[in-house]
Design a protein around this ligand. Structure first.
Ligand code: GRF
Length: 221
């Protein structure tokens, strides 16, 4: 008997790709029951592209600077993904604002990770903003993507303490360890059919997810 085909992931990156690497590792270890069909970058020099190629994954570079509009670039992404089996699209440090040209066809199967405790600090420089505000904790959120930047409904959120003497780099280093844990976990939940986007709201096992996402604890599974 032939095994049923594994779910296909597309991962979109712009930089070093440490979250992408976490997905590669999670697939290899069996924690994530999926196959990475393709890694796409808008940045031809993204280090993550080389990491993906070394892991034997198809890569595609689509340089946004060659397109006259965001919509034309997004259509090129859609056209590229049409060549691969894709059940879920993972934005992993993808530094382009997407338009409905891309978001609409993948709505409900498009995830992003944002390094803050959303709804706090959408946008850039999240760690510095948390430090400047005197926050006691920071963190990271996996969320469904909607046309509002970093505004789609949160799914899973991990917190870390802000410690005396922290600077942006120290805090980022603490947060990214959590990113690498919760992002593949959220993807696994999605592929198990546990997560859904309905009428702009997120559900887990049929229950509405709180506005800040499900709090991650080590025992969360
Ligand atoms: C991560 O901090 C992620 O939360 C943010 O961009 C960064 C990407 O890092 N969206 P990497 O390329 O996955 O290492």
């Amino acid at each position: 008997m032939t095994a049923s085909p594994q779910a296909g992931l597309a991962i979109l990156i712009s930089g070093r790709g440490s979250n992408m690497q976490a997905f590669i590792d999670a697939c290899d270890s069996g924690r994530l029951d999926a196959n990475i069909s393709v890694v796409i970058s808008n940045n031809p020099d993204a280090a993550g592209l080389q990491r993906a190629a070394q892991a034997g994954i198809a890569t595609c570079s689509i340089d946004h600077r060659l397109y006259t509009s965001r919509e034309a670039f997004d259509q090129a992404l859609v056209d590229c993904l049409a060549h691969y089996p894709v059940d879920l699209v993972i934005l992993a440090g993808f530094m382009r604002i997407l338009t409905p040209v891309f978001i609409a066809p993948y709505s409900g199967r498009l995830l992003n990770i944002h390094p803050s405790l959303l709804p706090k600090y959408p946008g850039l420089h999240t760690h510095q903003r948390a430090l400047d505000a005197g926050d006691k904790e920071a963190g990271v959120t996996v969320h469904f993507v909607t046309p509002e930047l970093d505004g789609g409904p949160p799914l899973l959120q991990a917190s870390v303490p802000i410690l005396p003497g922290d600077n942006e780099d120290a805090l980022a280093a603490r947060v990214i360890l959590q990113e690498h844990v919760i992002y593949p976990l959220a993807a696994q939940w999605f592929l198990q059919g546990r997560l859904q986007l309905r009428d702009g709201a997120a559900f887990m096992d049929g229950q509405a997810i709180p506005a800040t996402g499900i709090p991650y604890r080590a025992e969360t599974s």
